[in-house]
Design a protein around this ligand. Structure first.
Ligand SMILES: [Zn+2]
Length: 353
């Protein structure tokens, strides 16, 4: 049985902003229903989000975009001329192409197989400009690549499709791009998710993710919408800023993710990015978590986790501090239920059920 556990702690101190009068401060701790993880929320901070997150400066992004446009190897025609190529026995054409997207090897890989996907021909775009079709082409290339990786070397059992958008999210180029990583070992976070999902199945005889989707749809507060069989939820105890989870229900692994699923996933990502923009955010990361590439599992559901990162402006402060980087917790700035209210409009506009 899934439980959404919260604890509230109230402590008093003397507030110099109010003549040292005693003041009670409340901290809410939310425990993730699957992982050993909790996120913290202080309602008093909610109005002070802007102290942590300055205004995203699109004119600065445009300035950086202009300064880097000439050199950008992801801009056409360079992306299909001068980027690295895979050997013919792995990918005959050297690169994978779909619509406006191109996949090629990362020049400095951090896993045995590590590809970059240039997403779209535009050197720079705003969050509202990631159309479902564009995102779907990028994701589809990532999944095609993982299928080829698994075919070529079955020892490469683990892979993820990920994204960093703009420097505060870890991107070194403003040109939108996704990345695909594949490895013999599961990545630590992926391993936690897989192990915990398996343990839940062994204990309860049920797929945690199917249970989660059913429960959240029933309760409704954090349910954003559904495209096809892809269910979108705001995380109860987020692992990152404003986290959304997209569950591909019924797909037991990479081989069961259809092109329709990819488009449905992309429809929801596109809606979320519009929602983030409305909330005043301008950057993001995502990761698509999969079970072992060649396997079908009834205890794990492929799902993508999408988060916001610090906004881009001069002298921005990172949003990751010891709480996230060393204690592996997370700060909730906007309660997930409140974020869901903003997001739902864009899901409805996109035709979600
Ligand atoms: Zn470019």
């Amino acid at each position: 049985m899934i439980s959404f556990r919260k604890e509230k702690h109230i402590k008093t101190f003397h507030n110099p902003l109010n003549n040292f009068a005693p003041e009670s401060q409340e901290v809410e701790i939310r425990f993730d229903p699957l992982l050993d993880h909790f996120a913290v929320f202080n309602p008093a901070l909610e109005d002070k989000v802007r102290l942590f997150f300055g205004k995203h400066d699109w004119s600065l992004v445009e300035k950086v975009a202009e300064a880097t446009r000439e050199q950008c190897f992801m801009c056409p025609p360079k992306v299909r001329e001068i980027t690295p190529k895979y050997p013919e026995d792995f990918i005959p054409e050297g690169r994978l192409v779909r619509g406006e997207c191109t996949l090629f090897p990362n020049l400095f890989p951090t896993t045995p197989r590590h590809a970059v996907i240039a997403v779209g021909e535009a050197h720079f775009r705003r969050l509202e400009d990631f159309s479902p079709e564009l995102v779907a082409d990028g994701l589809a290339l990532g999944l095609d690549f993982l299928r080829l990786v698994a075919e070529e070397d079955p020892a490469m059992r683990f892979g993820c499709v990920c994204a960093n958008f703009l420097p505060p999210a870890g991107a070194s180029l403003v040109h939108p791009h996704f990345q695909v990583v594949a490895n013999k070992e599961a990545f630590p976070q992926q391993k936690r998710l897989l192990e915990r999902s398996f343990a839940y199945y062994a204990r309860c005889g049920k797929n945690f993710w199917e249970e989660l989707a059913a429960r959240e749809k029933e309760e409704g507060e954090r349910f954003l919408g559904q495209f096809g069989r892809v269910v979108f939820l705001a995380s109860f105890a987020p692992l990152g800023g404003n986290e959304v989870q997209a569950l591909v229900e019924g797909a037991r692994g990479l081989s069961e993710i259809t092109q329709e699923d990819v488009l449905d996933l992309a429809r929801g990502i596109s809606a979320c990015l519009k929602g983030y923009a409305e909330m005043g955010y301008g950057t993001f990361n995502f990761t698509l978590f999969l079970p072992p590439l060649g396997e079908k599992t009834s205890w794990f559901t492929p799902h993508l986790r999408l988060i916001t990162r610090q906004n881009f402006y001069e002298n921005y402060r990172t949003d990751d501090y010891f709480l996230q980087r060393q204690l592996a917790s997370e700060l909730i700035l906007t309660p997930p239920e409140k974020m869901a209210q903003v997001m739902r409009k864009f899901f409805e506009e996109g035709g979600a059920s």
